[in-house]
Write a protein of this length. Sequence first.
Length: 367
Amino acid sequence: MSTKRDNFSSKDKKYMKLALDLARARRGLTGDNPSVGCVIVKKDKIISIGQTGYGGRPHAEHNAILNCFEDPKGSKMYITLEPCNHYGKTPPCTKNIIKNKISEVYYSIDDIDVKMKGKSYSILKKNNINVKKGLLKKESLNLYESYYLNRKKKLPYVIGKIALSKNKIIYSDVSKKITNEISDKLTHYLRLKCDGIMVTSETLNIDNPKLSCRLEGYAQHSPKRIILDKNLKIDLKSYVVKSIKNGNTIIFYNSNNKIKKNFLTKKGAFLINQPIQKHRNFDLKKILKKLYLVGIKNLLVEGGDKLTKSFLQKRMFNEFYMFKSSKNLLKENKYVNFTSSYILNTKYDRYKTNFKLGTDKITIYKR
């Protein structure tokens, strides 16, 4: 029975929630294309589901129609985003919907892409298909926040992450482990959902991180490593340098060190000579613009205190994850405090507060 407020039934919402779950599961793994979920229903029975393919193709609607275990003629289709209506590397999804004589199409929100925005509605209507949009609109706008930002601003969606101890230390050379194994899995999940991960050469040289996704079965979806290294101080014996291959490493620099430039270029790193500003640092906004142009749509920044502070001060994070451990770290030798708590709490809103992962607490901030 439909509600007075939005005229969508509880069953409609149930099917769209499933479509949203399908889209969320593939988010960050569909290249330039948005991750879309699709559910096909006939006589109140789900006859197929589909998601956007890895890398962005095939589209969710195509996969759902292909997966049908009954003839989709006369069925209802629930899609999280407006179906495409133009020829690209694949035919339009609207054509496929019409060809298979689907009777009703429910989609949540219009695509922001100018080639498609709002056009599918009239195309389907002209072919005697009952079309409704706006179903679970709020949930879909949240899901496609990064995609909308990409298309509007021509910038990556930027996620920040930092882990600190109970006594607000983010690094100690005596006891390096801060968070627990459950939090570590969330970190790797964030890496999975981003196509780039950024650190400075200083962090890389101190920690020698792998900067990869180590969730079982997803190593091939590790993000590209992006290193800010104006003076090319990167340790050539580090894990990141040793594992450079197939354009998986981008280094921003401003140095005349020909030996290192030649070595890194031969290894297969993508070096970008980036001008520095008067205060001798990179312009982070210009770097983000260049990253968007080379295909980085979702960026995870796992920097130290300095890089994190620079992003926070300029409000360049769209989301920020604060991992808080329940243990104190030793201050016997070298250690680094987190110095940006005030900036974080004044410039950003708390989206989710202190949800627990074992003994750790996570707070998510949004701009």
